[in-house]
Design a protein around this ligand. Structure first.
Ligand code: SAH
Length: 282
């Protein structure tokens, strides 16, 4: 899901979300797709515990760089998915959390997860888009976005979300980044096509600074956050999914795309990864 930004842009209409151009064409030869397919792809990703690379310990590590949260604080979790990180934010802070995602099915799952452990009253859920946020200026002490800011682009997100933070509030995002300044052509092409803002850590830190934040910390996610926490759980889910939707071209394309992304990661993981960027509003 993370590499597929071209298809996952909020500028597309809902029916097109998650689909690469290739997948969209496969469905009906034009740039549109039926509701069923939108739901199908949502179903695929809702069957895994998280919709992007990440990990329990890494969320806590990033949270430890954020000072001053209390029961009076407000946190926004943008592109929350089914809530892997929302649950941790709720467990490790006493703040009020607003969790927002474009995908209703993900929000439903998150809702039932938080209700089942009795913390539903502290978590407000919104089906909405990160490029049209229903927030007021200076509303939040912390804006969190794991593996999701790419949907509107890192620089745009940094710029547009800043106003919703109180002075001294924090922005914590994780984002695919290059580990080296030069890469083999195959992986360079794949990512440049998938996400035009893929860049080195040092440039992303500079961009954070230019957008009006003090860069407080940066760290890369270890490999298991991709393999064990994201790609490997998909292998089992893919089998079940393909059986259920045997003969469905969208289902096949989606699984093939994810398999290719996994294979490329296995071959080229020394060149890129997910990185947490923690900034404080100036
Ligand atoms: N934070 C979650 C999900 C990351 S995947 C995790 O780490 O597991 C990216 C998420 O962004 C998906 O849940 C997707 O539905 C959501 N998304 C995509 N476009 C969006 C938009 N325009 N506004 C809000 N959420 C969006």
């Amino acid at each position: 899901m993370n590499s597929d930004n071209q298809s996952f842009k909020s500028s597309l209409n809902e029916d097109e979300i998650f689909l690469s151009d290739k997948q969209i064409e496969t469905v009906d030869g034009a740039n549109s797709i039926h509701n069923f397919d939108f739901e199908l792809i949502g179903e695929y990703f809702s069957n895994i515990g998280r919709q992007g690379p990440g990990g329990y310990d890494q969320t806590i590590k990033a949270l430890n760089f954020v000072d001053g949260l209390s029961a009076h604080s407000k946190i926004a979790d943008l592109g929350c998915g089914t809530g892997a990180q929302t649950m941790i934010l709720a467990q490790y802070t006493s703040a009020h959390i607003v969790a927002l995602d474009l995908f209703p099915l993900f929000i439903e799952k998150l809702r039932s997860r938080v209700e089942s452990i009795g913390i539903g009253n502290r978590i407000e859920t919104i089906v909405g888009s990160m490029d049209d946020l229903p927030f007021t200026d200076n509303e939040f002490d912390l804006i969190w976005s794991e593996g999701a800011i790419y949907n509107i682009g890192y620089q745009r997100g940094l710029k547009e979300w800043r106003k919703y933070l109180k002075d001294g509030g924090y922005l914590v995002v994780s984002e695919a980044s290059w580990f080296t300044d030069k890469r083999p052509a195959e992986i360079e092409l794949f990512w440049n096509d998938a996400y035009s803002e893929m860049d080195t850590i040092s440039r992303k830190v500079n961009q954070m600074e230019s957008a009006g934040y003090i860069p407080m910390a940066v760290f890369a996610l270890p490999e298991y956050c991709w393999m064990d926490n994201y790609y490997i759980p998909q292998i089992k889910a893919q089998g079940v999914f393909l059986q259920k939707y045997a003969g469905n071209a969208t289902a096949m394309d989606l699984v093939n795309e994810m398999r290719r992304e996994t294979e490329l990661y296995t071959r080229y993981k020394q060149y890129y990864g997910y990185v947490f960027y923690i900034g404080k509003k100036l």
